[in-house]
Unconditional design. Structure first.
Length: 394
């Protein structure tokens, strides 16, 4: 047994990936498991993007690139931010990394000193607290409830600020809640961040997946001050069904971007070259596939939401974005004889053969997360199984 570094002693593996691995294990044994754990669109990457990647390889563009991304990709991102959000950035204010996940990791590494606090609303995306801790930072959580649509209030933000607060992470649309902060809500939060001089990490990876008549607002668009204190994080994974290509980016203050790029130059060298060419096409090429996928997710949501709502002991908010449902299932777990929602989720996998992610990984232990990034038939069958499982044990 090798003695590991202190920094990894409390590191927990990603729950999302762990459940997916368990489900795959059961599948390999021939068991008909339905996976609702996935955090990725079920579509293939659009053909024009595949074609651009292939062409770039044929043209010999298979070498190292600048650490922070190809100039042409930075330009495509800058144009995208201008087109979609009327935000202006220069190439020095943009850094491309190995997916939004690694961009965030790099950000916390260059931002935090030991003991620096980062405010993280609950429920959170699994990697935020771990990434903050790996950078010797301290996650400071804000609890939210379904009645406040899992969004923090200005009052809560104020109360959680100390003289060690460096940043707050806002994820809108949110994984796992699917909730979206309105412009007005963001204005109130941005004002407090200005007052206390706090940086805003704005994770907008689900920006393109929004339903109904809600709108996505980037907090960086609210004022010059908000723009300057925001590090906007996004990428092609969810919008263009490109999870495996690993391209994400940060846009923000130049000195921070430079530090992130310098760190990348020693850790990754550069994001995969072929993926960068693919991402250039993703941003510069036609966006029809993005719209079609969004439309398909909304149709699935419309079908699946009432069915999940109808499962006894499930209480669920209708999500406004992303592709997850986060029902509170504490009543169902209790009535079916499980002492925790984690145990209930395990039983769903082993007995009903439906893989869901227990909400404990998101700091919300009374919930489970169901991904609807899968076909309608599969979803319908999965929800039928869960329904039957609950009623048979009730
Ligand atoms: N942020 C959130 C909220 C996510 O759900 C994910 C992926 O699941 C990411 C960031 C990371 O995306 P990627 O690293 O694929 O760009």
């Amino acid at each position: 047994m090798i003695n590991l570094a202190n920094r990894v002693q409390t590191l927990t593996p990603s729950t999302t990936l762990a459940i997916t691995a368990k489900a795959n294990e059961l599948k390999a044994q021939g068991i008909d498991v339905i996976g609702l754990g996935a955090g990725e669109p079920d579509y293939n990457t659009p053909a024009n993007i595949l074609e651009a990647a292939y062409q770039s390889m044929l043209e010999g563009k298979t070498k190292y690139t600048p650490a922070g991304g190809l100039p042409a990709l930075k330009e495509a991102i800058i144009n995208k931010l201008q087109r979609d959000q009327q935000l202006n950035y220069s190439p020095k204010e943009v850094m491309v990394g190995i997916g939004a996940k690694h961009v965030l990791y790099t950000l916390f590494q260059v931002l935090l000193n030991e003991g620096d606090e980062v405010i993280i609303p609950i429920p959170y995306w699994v990697s935020y607290p771990e990434q903050v801790k790996l950078a010797q930072g301290v996650p400071v959580y804000i609890e939210t409830t379904a009645s406040q649509e899992y969004k923090i209030s200005p009052q809560q933000l104020r109360e959680s600020i100390t003289d060690r607060t460096r940043a707050i992470i806002l994820n809108t649309p949110s994984n796992p809640t699917g909730m979206i902060y309105s412009k007005k809500e963001l204005e109130a939060l941005a004002e407090i961040c200005r007052e206390f001089d706090i940086l805003i990490v704005s994770d907008e990876i689900y920006e393109k997946l929004i339903y109904g008549d809600v709108k996505h607002t980037s907090i960086a668009t609210l004022s010059e001050d908000a723009r300057n204190r925001t590090i906007l994080v996004n990428g092609v994974s969810k919008s263009h069904s490109m999870t495996g290509w690993r391209i994400g980016y940060a846009a923000g203050e130049a000195s921070l971007i430079k530090a992130m790029t310098d760190l990348a130059s020693h850790s990754t060298s550069n994001p995969v070259t072929t993926s960068q060419y693919a991402a250039i096409e993703a941003y510069n090429g036609p966006q029809d596939a993005v719209k079609e996928m969004r439309q398909a997710f909304e149709e699935r949501l419309n079908v699946i939401f009432p069915k999940v709502q109808g499962i006894p002991g499930f209480t669920v908010l209708r999500p406004q974005g992303a592709f997850y449902l986060l029902p509170d299932v504490s009543e169902a777990a209790e009535k079916t004889g499980y002492s925790s929602v984690d145990d209930f989720a395990t039983a769903l996998l082993t007995e009903a053969n439906v893989a869901v992610i227990p909400g404990s990984g998101f700091g919300a232990p009374s919930t489970i997360r169901l991904s609807y990034a899968t076909s309608l038939d599969t979803l319908t069958e999965a929800v039928k199984r869960i329904h039957q499982f609950v009623t048979s044990k009730w």
